[in-house]
Design a protein around this ligand. Sequence first.
Ligand SMILES: C[C@H](O)[C@H](O)[C@@H](O)C(=O)CO
Ligand SMILES: [Mn+2]
Length: 418
Amino acid sequence: MNNVLQRYEEAKVCYSKYNIDLESCLKKLKKIRISINCWQGDDIRGFENNGNNLSGGIDVTGNYPGVPRNPEELRSDLEVALKQIPGNHKINLHAIYAESNGEKIERNKIVPELFDNWINWAKSNNLGLDFNPTLFSHPLADNGTLSSIDNSIRDFWIEHCISCRKIGEYIGKKLNDQCLTNIWIPDGSKDIPADRLGPRKRLKKSLDEIFSINLNPKYIIDSVESKLFGIGLESYTVGSHEFYMNYTNGKSVLYLLDAGHFHPTEYISDKISSMLLFKDKLALHVSRPVRWDSDHVIILNDELNEISKEIVRNNAIDKVLIGLDFFDASINRVAALVIGTRNMLKSLLLALLMPNDYLVELEEKKDFTSRLAIMEELKTFPFGDVWNYYCHISNVPLESEWLNIIKKYEEDVFLKRK
Ligand SMILES: C[C@H](O)[C@H](O)[C@@H](O)C(=O)CO
Ligand SMILES: [Mn+2]
């Protein structure tokens, strides 16, 4: 352990060359809460037990052993993951994670009490919770939801979203926190539509109805998530980027940018500053698209670093609500959560450890040579020593020590689940 402290002291000297104060960077990092998507834990199955397959143009591939069979198992898996992740965070839930003790409750009839177990668990683990209505994996979601031409289907999903917003507010109240409640719909068309406007008009009308219910902003923040395409919905998506960017303009509803919901060469990191110029807050789903919206576990790649730099540089730590959205069933699901969340935090730490003001100064002086030289030099600064120190003071394993813990859990628990 002395080694960790000694290396941290040496790193301090290195970073002080650029007037970077490690203590204050770590203080800032500690305050950042990541909203960790529970659905990586069980391949977005949820606990409705109604035999519905995953739908909505999203897909989870892989068949790794150990899928949790009930909410208790999912929560204990999440607890194991959380013990490997420094800081205090939030867990992001979907409506399909309601606990109804086997009773069949239609989605438009779900009530806040179905989430009491999650809320009590969150309280005892010092966690926040975020929430999402689930407008997929349901027979009434096969041909449009909030944009459906069928009024009874539209009404069903409007009721579901209103119930979910009330659940979000209830969660926030119980935890004395704000619960981000995000609406994503899969509505779209496999082939070229004859009418692009009609479904969008209906979506707008549905959203207006959903958001006409006033709830306490102390406890709930609303957001809407845009998308480009889904599997089987390749030609048209009703809730596109332009639709939601315009819809949220001037409203208290936040826009949610998902890293996998744009063209493959388009990056959300470049969109953050523009969005923040026109809105006080922005929500993110940090994901990793590989050729399509594949939702791979996030790695410490250029785009992740760029997203974090935009958050840090623009003084937007309190303005950007960072959520994760990946689901990979080809690897240990708990390890996936640990790898992804630790990477999110690592990228934020890397961004905090940059002389951001100095780099802007160089840019304004048009000294692009020094700007590039310093950006590149910083890549080999002893970032790992600062990260290890942060893990050490946060009482979580250093480097890949956590992997042995997860492997042991896999042997003791996952392999025994049938
Ligand atoms: C399960 C999530 O809500 C879903 O992934 C959504 O956020 C999305 O990104 C769909 O592509
Ligand atoms: Mn998403």
